[in-house]
Design a protein around this ligand. Structure first.
Ligand SMILES: CC(C)(COP(=O)(O)OP(=O)(O)OC[C@H]1O[C@@H](n2cnc3c(N)ncnc32)[C@H](O)[C@@H]1OP(=O)(O)O)[C@@H](O)C(=O)NCCC(=O)NCCS
Length: 183
């Protein structure tokens, strides 16, 4: 894809050389209080290199870079969802902890939603997050996404094999809602 420029960010395809920055943010995420609400990500160098190569081979996982230093400070994912009646994408994101609380995720996701509803002609963008992941919930509200459901989920187990259950929230935004919000 053609890189997207925002005020402070360049959002582009991953390059195989980005593995170091990716490992930094994934390692931080895996040691955070929110990791238990997501699938486990590998952090070993070889596995991170393989993930980076896989990201670099497609348009679903985008590297978010600071324009000033070119450091990759986050990734934003847009994964195509199989839905009968419409073209939908699932939004995902993870940012380096040292660069959170500065509005970069909002700025990046807004540009990626513009891309989804523009170039990709999406009908809607959906996502889900743990209710306890407050930074993620606040981000989705800032993006204008609306809560569409609640459920109980489990993506990890305790060391003795018991599922770690959590309250999950689903969010969505349609193209009309996005265009209306942006005017
Ligand atoms: C979810 C996540 C991306 C949110 O990151 P974030 O840094 O809080 O979000 P933003 O970059 O949009 O920053 C917004 C915050 O910066 C503040 N801010 C500071 N300067 C700002 C600026 N110039 N512009 C906008 N906001 C600014 C805002 O007030 C806001 O603070 P608040 O949330 O306390 O109200 C981040 O927590 C993350 O990567 N978590 C790990 C991965 C994860 O949990 N993914 C979700 C799995 S479902």
């Amino acid at each position: 894809m053609t890189a997207i420029q925002t005020d402070r960010l360049a959002i582009r395809n991953f390059d195989v050389d980005d593995w170091h920055d990716l490992r930094e943010m994934i390692t931080q995420y895996q040691s955070s209080e929110y990791a238990m609400y997501d699938h486990e990500w590998p952090t070993a160098t070889e596995e991170i290199k393989r993930i980076t190569e896989w990201f670099a081979g497609g348009d679903s996982y985008l590297a978010v870079c600071l324009k000033t230093t070119r450091k990759v400070i986050g990734f934003i994912a847009l994964n195509r969802e199989e839905q009968d009646d419409c073209l939908a994408f699932n939004l995902g994101y993870c940012f380096n902890a040292d660069y959170q609380g500065k509005g970069y995720a909002t700025e990046g996701c807004q540009a990626v939603l513009d891309h989804a509803f523009g170039q990709l002609a999406a009908d809607k963008v959906i996502t889900g997050t743990a209710a306890a992941n407050q930074p993620s919930c606040r981000l989705l509200m800032r993006l204008g996404m609306r809560k569409t459901g609640e459920s109980t989920g489990s993506l990890r187990q305790t060391p003795d094999g018991k599922p770690i259950e959590f309250a999950g929230l689903s969010f969505a935004i349609s193209r009309d809602e996005w265009l209306e919000d942006g005017t």
